[in-house]
Design a protein around this ligand. Structure first.
Ligand code: FE2
Length: 585
């Protein structure tokens, strides 16, 4: 049985995923093809095309798809939001050339604001555009947004029963929701609406105060926070956050008239207008105390809320395992606070915790709850789920380049040696990672023992100089570096460094003594493992700097051509590309 999941209505982080016989076999994000980070408002034409190619390569027929899962249930939107979503989807579809406005039946459906019918038009168009035979019946099943998040975390955790925590900007109405999950049954035990329980919207509103956009800002604030201190910003913000009050683990206390607003952002804008006017600062210049103190306050409040949410769900469910998803679950620092609080003896955070993951969760949920299948529910250890690019294609791209190159196959010790000498090397192989982190298939690597590499890599990527870089290290060496770590493959859980690490690996040592690592095993990624191992054998540090392979403002490179172009334009020294080593000089 096959279920395809995709985002509908189209918002951001558009992703197409395929569940086949209870397993996730393919997922790719539209941003990789449009080359616009987070693919805002972009229909997933590129992703569907890659999915169809993948299916044909694996003898699967797109016409055999049993159902299409959507990551929102539009019927649960407030009416006005449903209207906006319908209108927006209609015009987006028309804008992208879907012949939707020509359909005579369309307007008979308009009064019902039926977003499923628009999704069906889109599916028909995408099949036709790709010369694919249409499935006999196009079965479209919308899934409540937070259930889709919770399902993404649960079905790939390997847990039978657990507590579930979803924190994002907002779903249809909810912003934070709590679950008890047993054998694939999801019992929602509490949800806090978007107008007073959204950590995602709190982060967005605060990002604007520092001049950042809503999708990129929160991660940057998290990186900036440790440079700040407790200040008037925290004192002001704290007044609004109620912890363990009125039966809720947390909520924002603001005039009740805003609670009914259908503009979910409004209460948070009011809060932050009280906290501070917009802070003018040069994000690439000297560190700005106001900006850092403000980021500190926002992060602190987020951590207090996440911790309280964790305690609440633990108490109500009595479970000793936790799964998490939702954009706020990308806050690796808040996750760390929860981890070190030792409330749970195992935590699984879905690697694409943002809305990219909801298409996967929705598809898994439909597979089990609507089609009667059984998800395999194995703990995923890798997310190399994108399209494949064959050796022949890579060879052609390399040979057509103007750079000096040689074939080294899997002799990746040569790469480790270049990294050891201080070179900044891009690393490209296999299927792309799903989610916002590079995990050894589309990475930039550098020597963590040289402090300079931190600033050089940030400069190449157009990142603010103060933002931390993360490490990838061999799983068996995690205890050498971190306090009480566990294997964590996805870089969304921070750990505290042990003493003395600032001197040993300064390029990945953040100012508060933390890092957001990827632990790597041989089984997960042989070449990646071997390269880090070779680096360790030469330097005694079984750890490298690993950041996503992209240029400033771009999403992760996808195709071999993207990789070569970015390598050529960026200040990199060499590139390992599926067996080839390419030199800039
Ligand atoms: Fe979400």
């Amino acid at each position: 049985m096959m279920v395809i999941g995709f985002n509908w209505p189209v918002e951001h982080d558009n992703t197409v995923a395929l569940i086949l016989d209870g397993e996730l076999v393919f997922a790719t994000e539209e941003e990789r093809y449009t080359r616009h980070k987070h693919s805002p408002g972009e229909l997933p034409f590129g992703s569907f095309n890659k999915l169809f190619n993948f299916m044909h390569k694996n003898n699967l027929k797109p016409s055999d798809v049993d159902a299409f899962a959507l990551n929102f249930n539009h019927k649960k939107f407030p009416l006005i939001k449903r209207y906006w979503a319908f209108r927006y989807s209609l015009f987006t579809a028309a804008f992208y050339g879907t012949p939707i406005l020509k359909n005579k039946n369309l307007f008979t459906r308009l009064p019902f604001l039926d977003l499923n019918s628009l999704a069906e038009y889109f599916i028909r168009h995408v099949y036709t555009k790709n010369n694919e035979k249409m499935p006999d019946k196009i079965k479209i099943i919308p899934v409540e947004h937070h259930i889709a998040h919770a399902a993404s975390a649960y079905y790939f955790s390997g847990f039978k029963s657990c507590a579930g925590l979803v924190l994002d900007g907002y779903g249809e109405r909810d912003a934070t929701s709590f679950y008890q999950i047993k054998n694939g049954e999801f019992e929602k035990i509490l949800s806090i609406p978007a107008t007073y329980g959204s950590m995602g919207l709190m982060y967005e509103a605060s990002s604007y105060k520092l001049g950042y956009e809503n999708l990129e800002g929160p991660g940057k604030l998290m990186g900036l926070a440790p440079y700040g201190n407790k200040s008037q910003y925290y004192n002001k913000l704290e007044r609004f956050l109620k912890i363990n009050t009125n039966g809720l683990p947390f909520y924002f206390d603001i005039d009740k008239k805003y609670r009914k607003s259908v503009n979910y952002r409004e209460p948070y804008e009011k809060i932050f207008d009280y906290v501070t006017p917009k802070i003018n600062w040069d994000r690439h210049g000297e560190l700005n105390k106001k900006a850092a103190d403000f980021a500190w306050a926002v992060q602190k409040v987020a951590e207090e809320a996440v911790l309280s949410a964790g305690e609440y769900v633990k108490e109500l469910t009595g479970e000793n395992k936790l799964v998490m998803a939702g954009g706020v679950a990308l806050n690796a620092k808040a996750n760390m606070e929860l981890y070190y609080a030792n409330l749970f003896n195992d935590m699984f955070i879905f690697p694409a915790a943002n809305d990219a993951g909801t298409t996967i969760g929705a598809a898994a949920y439909v597979y089990e709850h609507e089609l009667g299948g059984k998800m395999k529910n194995k703990r995923i250890e890798t997310v190399y789920l994108g399209p494949e690019y064959g050796d022949e294609e890579i060879k052609n791209v390399v040979e057509a380049s103007k750079f000096k190159y040689e074939y080294i196959g899997d002799d990746v010790g040569v790469v480790a040696d270049l990294v050891k000498k201080g070179n900044i090397v891009t690393w490209y192989q296999g299927r792309a990672e799903l989610g916002p982190r590079a995990l050894g298939n589309r990475s930039i690597i550098a020597n963590p023992t040289l402090l300079d590499t931190w600033k050089t890599v940030n400069k190449i990527k157009g990142r603010e100089w103060w933002r931390p870089l993360a490490p990838s290290l061999l799983s068996e060496h995690k205890n050498d570096y971190f306090i009480n770590p566990v294997d964590h493959e996805f870089m969304i859980l921070m750990f505290k460094f042990k003493e003395g690490m600032k001197e040993r690996v300064p390029a990945v040592y953040h100012v508060d003594g933390t890092a957001r690592p990827q632990t790597v095993s041989y089984k997960q990624n042989k070449n990646w493992y071997n390269m880090i191992k070779a680096f360790g054998e030469e330097t005694d540090e079984y750890l490298v700097v690993n950041t996503s392979f992209n240029l400033a403002g771009e999403p992760l490179v996808e195709t071999p051509k993207d990789a070569l172009r970015s390598f050529g334009l960026g200040g990199f020294d060499a590139m390992y590309m599926q067996g080839w080593l390419i030199y800039k000089h």
